[in-house]
Design a protein around this ligand. Structure first.
Ligand code: F6P
Length: 551
């Protein structure tokens, strides 16, 4: 199977990558982070930079000029710049699905910089989206009862859900709330039941967002919505209430959605990268088309930075190299995303799909096994909530976990000094993770405050903080569509850089397929068909389900 890696000039084997990283790390480990700051007073400005509306501080990493140049050399040997050129040129980097991955060209649309290799399908997608949003907002497209829409339910899962849900939540402070957004992803019937209980049938619009239009969850939820509307409105004609976004417009039409209400997305736009495309319809309906364009504009600023900066000052790519550095040379298996911004609380979930569906691979793009570890676990929650939960483990647990702290410098909802307190917490966490506190210093403080020497010595062991734990801090002035677009694009490039260094294809997701197929088979078993080929554990679970239904 041919890949862009095959076409690139310089090559470095997986084992070579692992060996070189391990050698670099052997030296790096001798210098604790806090000493790096003492050694170089300019460190904060050397290892930070502005990228569009974002300021990124990566000074609290196991990094110096020599390590950075070593990581950049490895990235060059693994053809990261060539792969990014290929991505922008529309090469079929998603080789197992024979698709390109030219996400920058979606963001270019909002800037008018469409470029030579522009795909006309992009224009038709956005024109239809823009026209539909205007018709719904202006009331020229109305409900079957002739009313303007007040609520929109996005029915979609995975990439057809996380992006619009994240952006709508992030922008919920800032808009006149044109249409109230709701999100139905899970097939769990409680989700639709609870949404349908709070929306008015006469004025609710449903977006069926499914790239494949074959996803079980979204088809079932859409059927439920249609049956509910028909019954609530006492008519079979509820077509005006359904719009679709899909790469399979024919399947959406066959499902009963009117052709003029279907936004077609190009096939190459992958689910977890689709927030920039017509799949952002819920965002535009809620926050307005201008906000959707601003999201793209933020992403475009990052595209320009990535395309113009050498590796040594290319911030998203440096963050990707650091991911490889920690995963392969330091043995770190997870990373935490900690937004100190309530309206970015869904970011960790969004990034879980982006990173773990993309980089959760043990096979390289060319089909061979990877020799080094690839993507780890992404997790996190909003600060300060996490401080009263898992930060204990971040500070004193046996594993060092690199953290991303993300904050806005001004709040949309200032109250007294509360936002300042939030920022103080954010900055103190990264400081403490980096600096730690020695047992001897703690012991001395305890003795000074009157504790007897032996008790102080013992307690100091529990209170000691190892420090030396790396983190990145990303700041924006105020959370808005543009800064959010830049943030999402920054993470995309970070993922691409790491994936290209690992030699994997970050654009496919074959690992999710078998579970989907087996679940179809198990539907029959749960309905009562005995399947003797199943293992005893699964048969017992099925028996218990059957028993509960029969009771
Ligand atoms: O199951 C994984 C997946 O294919 C994701 O990659 C995708 O975002 C999600 O399902 C939803 O798929 P679709 O948009 O085709 O309904």
């Amino acid at each position: 199977m041919s890949t862009a890696v095959d076409q690139a000039p310089a090559q470095l084997s997986d084992r070579g990558l692992q060996t070189q990283l391990t050698e670099l790390a052997r030296d790096a480990a001798n210098t604790p982070l806090k000493h790096r700051f003492k050694l170089d007073p300019q460190r904060a400005s050397t290892f930070s930079g502005q990228i569009g509306p974002l300021f990124v501080d990566y000074a609290k990493h196991h990094l110096d000029a020599g390590i950075l140049s070593g990581l950049c050399a490895l990235a060059r040997q693994r053809s990261v710049p060539q792969q990014l050129d290929a991505l922008r040129a529309g090469a079929k980097l998603n080789n197992t699905e024979d698709r390109s991955a030219n996400y920058p060209c979606l963001r270019r649309w909002a800037s008018g910089d469409t470029g030579a290799k522009h795909d006309p399908a992009i224009d038709s997608m956005y024109s239809k989206m823009e026209a539909l949003v205007a018709a719904i907002h202006e009331g020229t497209h109305r409900s079957s009862t002739g009313q303007t829409f007040t609520d929109v339910v996005n029915i979609g899962i995975g990439g057809s859900d996380f992006g619009p849900r994240l952006v709508c939540d992030a922008l919920s402070n800032q808009h006149a709330n044109t249409l109230r957004p709701h999100f139905a992803a899970n097939i769990d019937p409680s989700v639709m039941t609870e949404i349908l209980a709070r929306v008015p049938a006469e004025t609710t619009l449903f977006i069926v967002a499914s790239k494949s239009f074959g996803t079980q969850e979204s088809r079932c939820n859409a059927q439920t919505a249609r049956a509910w509307l028909q019954s609530a409105l006492g008519t079979n004609n509820v077509d005006a209430h359904f719009v679709a976004v899909s790469s399979k417009p024919e399947a959406a039409k066959a499902f009963g959605i009117s052709e003029e209400l279907i936004i077609p997305a190009p096939e190459w736009v992958g689910g977890r990268f689709s927030v920039w495309s017509g799949f952002g319809l819920a965002i535009a309906l809620y926050a307005g088309m201008d906000s959707f364009r601003a999201l793209l504009k933020g992403g475009y600023a990052v595209d320009q930075h990535v395309a113009s900066q050498p590796l040594e000052s290319n911030i998203p790519l440096i963050l990707g190299m650091l991911d490889v550095w920690y995963r392969n040379a330091w043995g770190m298996t997870s990373q935490a995303v900690l937004p100190y911004e309530h309206h970015l609380k869904l970011l960790p979930i969004y990034l879980q799909q982006l990173f773990m569906e993309s980089a959760g691979k043990s096979v390289k793009a060319d089909g061979g096994p990877t020799a080094s570890a690839t993507g780890g676990v992404i997790w996190g929650t909003e600060g300060t909530n996490g401080q009263h939960s898992f930060h204990q483990l971040l500070h004193q647990g046996s594993d060092a976990i690199p953290c991303d702290f993300i904050a806005s410098l001004s709040s949309h909802n200032p109250i007294g000094e509360q936002h300042q307190a939030l920022i103080a917490n954010c900055f103190s966490q990264s400081l403490v993770l980096m600096q730690g506190q020695a047992a001897a210093d703690i012991e001395q403080d305890l003795i000074t405050s009157g504790m007897d020497a032996s008790a102080a010595q013992q307690l100091a062991q529990h209170k000691a903080m190892p420090g030396n734990r790396p983190s990145t801090t990303i700041l924006m002035n105020k959370l808005d569509a543009e800064s959010l677009g830049a943030l999402i694009a920054l993470y995309e490039y970070r993922l691409f850089a790491a994936s290209f260094m690992w030699g994997i294809n970050p654009f496919d997701q074959w690992g999710v397929e078998l579970g989907k197929q087996i679940s179809e088979t198990l539907m029959a078993s749960l309905s009562g068909d005995d399947n003797a080929t199943l293992d005893s554990s699964t048969r017992e679970l099925i028996a218990r389900y059957r028993h509960a239904q029969d009771a």
